[in-house]
Design a protein around this ligand. Structure first.
Ligand code: MF3
Ligand code: CO
Ligand code: CO
Length: 265
């Protein structure tokens, strides 16, 4: 595992990509309402990416099948879809759904990765709670990140918050380093296991990480749909997902996808 630390300049470049990611997700979120297709939301994101001379790194993301990368600029996942939902004109949002928007722009050679889950109109209290707990779990992680701590300390706090609320953490997908490419070392899990922690790492200033709890209302088991991408919960219970790209600083964390202007430091 080779974790590459980023310079102040590189982090500023990532913040510019992060600002774009934030701004696009805000525009996508404004489209979320009953009757809208997930493809319409993706197309808006694609237009904004083109305007900014950026690309969405989901597009053509390679799979094990040669020549069959992910087909869209963003991932949009509805209800029991956990991650990597394919935007589609057939998938029409309806009142009571929850929808996750996940975007990873690369601009001027630097990447940022961010996701949010939103209710479509009014949702069942249990689904709203799932959204709130997942968002809070990300916030807990960000509050506790400090240089010289082990990542597993943070992961334990995240898992604890999810499970004390009666929900489960997905194990098959985890956060990751991010910077020059979308997925860099290290792996950034949202859980710990009872085995001696493998792949644990110590937080250091200059690390840039995508922290992204994926939380499900029911059992944590997931399966892949026949489309080769969409990951759903086996029990078809809903899932939520929040993600920020952060830089570890000397004193804690600098969130690069919170919409702050790159120069407002
Ligand atoms: N944005 C996703 C992440 O959080 C990755 C998207 S790549 C795709 O890591 F191909 F799966 F879409
Ligand atoms: Co993402
Ligand atoms: Co990510």
């Amino acid at each position: 595992m080779a974790i590459v630390l980023k310079s102040r300049r590189e982090i500023d470049m990532m913040r510019a990509a992060g600002k774009l990611a934030h701004d696009i997700i805000v525009k996508m979120a404004a489209l979320v309402r009953p009757g809208v297709s997930t493809l319409e939301i993706d197309e808006l994101a694609e237009e904004e990416l083109v305007k900014a001379h950026a690309i969405g790194l989901s597009k053509n993301y390679p799979t094990y099948k040669p020549g069959e990368g992910f087909p869209a600029s963003t991932c949009i996942s509805v209800n029991e879809e956990v991650v990597h939902g394919i935007p589609s004109k057939e998938r029409i949002l309806k009142e009571g759904d929850i929808v996750t928007l996940d975007i990873t722009p690369r601009m001027n050679g630097y990447c940022a990765d961010t996701a949010i889950t939103l209710p479509v109109g009014t949702v069942k209290p249990q689904m709203q709670k799932l959204i709130d707990v997942t968002k809070e779990t990300l916030e807990i992680a960000l509050r506790h990140i400090k240089p010289e701590k082990r990542w597993s300390e943070i992961a334990r706090l995240m898992q604890y918050n999810v499970e004390k609320n009666g929900f489960s953490v997905v194990r098959e997908f985890v956060g990751h380093g991010v910077g020059h490419s979308i997925h860099e070392d290290p792996k950034v899990p949202n859980f710990v296991t009872s085995e001696p922690v493998r792949g644990d790492f110590i937080l250091r200033p200059g690390m840039t990480l995508a922290v992204e709890p994926m939380v499900v209302a029911g059992r944590r088991d997931v399966q892949l749909l026949d489309d080769g991408w969409t990951v759903i919960t086996e029990d078809k219970q809903p899932a939520a997902h929040f993600e920020h790209t952060i830089a570890v600083t000397a004193s804690g964390v600098d969130v690069l996808t919170d919409g702050r202007e790159p120069w407002a430091l």
